[in-house]
Structures are given as structure tokens and as C-alpha cells.
Design a protein around this ligand. Structure first.
Ligand SMILES: [Cu+2]
Length: 182
């Protein structure tokens, strides 16, 4: 219930707020306190049950924004579908050459009422629909990667609880690929 109301609030707030990840990314440089914050719910996650079917994960529309001038932080996006099996969880991600990659979402700071980006826990993917990491919503925050420019591609992996490591190629581009908008 809490999670649902937060999502609705986030969607309402972010509707007119494209590119927010880049803007807020700047504030990440100030300290590391944020990466040490882990939502309480994460610690309570039990392993997914083995339903007897090996999960088949498909990753599509993977892309990464060029670095804002002078920054070493950028955001990456993708869609994940579960084509076999009942459930899996995206646990973490790695990108070649990056110091660190975090799963980020937007939540409301109860103190200030402002939306903030912060690390989020594992993201479940079920049969209900794809898992979307898209501008204004969940994203990968990529730290310490040498600056990338439009037209490059960058290799990485998404790590799932059951399916393991899935290789991904992120196209560097400044707008979402058409496939991500379907
Ligand atoms: Cu972020």
C-alpha cells in the first residue's frame, strides 16, 4: 500500500520533469551517504521460491545518456521481460569501465516533501508485464565511467537472483530508442 502510493506520487511529480536524473546526479557527487541508504524492505526479502521453471529474461531498449559536460555520472535505461518462469528479481548491475552502478528510484523525502533519487533494492519481475527503467523513473546510476558520447555502445550485465548475469549492450544516445516507448 505504501509502495503504491509512493509510485503514484512519483508519477504525478515527474510528469513534467524530464531529465531529472541528470540534474539530481550532480548532487550525488557531494558524498557517499546516499549509497549507504538501503530501503528497509530490502533486508526483509526472502529468496524467490523455485517454481521449477528456469527464468528466461529478455533485455531490450538498453541505452545510456552521454555524460553531461564535466560530470562522471550518467544514467542508463532498459526494459526487462520475463519470457518463461514465474518470477525473478533484478538485484544489481555492472557496466564495463564504471566504478560503480546503482539501481535508483525516486521517493519522497518525508522531511521536505521533495522527490529524491536514491538507491532502491532488488526489483521483481513477474508475468504481469515488463520491468521498465526509463527517464523520470527507475534508472541505473553509473559512476566513474570515462565520458561516453552519442554513437558509442557500452557493455554491461544485469544480475538477476535466479537467471544470473545477463549481458547487455547500452547504446549511447540522448533520447530513448523507439522500442522503449512501446
Ligand atoms: Cu540516480
Amino acid at each position: 500500500m505504501l509502495r503504491l502510493s509512493l509510485s503514484v506520487a512519483a508519477a504525478a511529480f515527474l510528469a513534467g520533469c524530464g531529465g531529472v536524473e541528470e540534474d539530481v546526479a550532480v548532487s550525488h557527487d557531494g558524498g557517499h551517504a546516499m549509497s549507504e541508504m538501503v530501503p528497509d524492505a530490502v533486508q526483509a526479502l526472502a529468496p524467490l521460491p523455485d517454481d521449477g521453471v528456469a527464468p528466461v529474461i529478455n533485455v531490450g531498449a538498453a541505452w545510456m545518456r552521454p555524460h553531461p559536460q564535466g560530470r562522471d555520472v550518467t544514467a542508463a535505461y532498459f526494459t526487462v521481460s520475463l519470457d518463461a518462469g514465474a518470477a525473478d528479481r533484478l538485484v544489481s548491475a555492472r557496466i564495463d569501465g564504471a566504478d560503480r552502478v546503482e539501481l535508483h528510484g525516486h521517493t519522497m523525502d518525508p522531511e521536505t516533501g521533495m522527490m529524491q533519487m536514491r538507491p532502491i533494492g532488488p526489483q521483481e519481475i513477474g508475468t504481469a508485464g515488463p520491468l521498465l527503467f526509463a527517464p523520470g523513473g527507475h534508472h541505473l546510476m553509473v559512476f566513474g565511467l570515462d565520458p561516453v558520447v552519442e554513437g558509442q555502445s557500452v557493455s554491461g550485465v544485469l544480475v538477476f537472483e535466479r537467471a544470473g548475469e545477463i549481458p547487455v549492450e547500452f547504446d549511447v544516445r540522448s533520447t530513448a530508442p523507439a522500442a522503449a516507448l512501446d
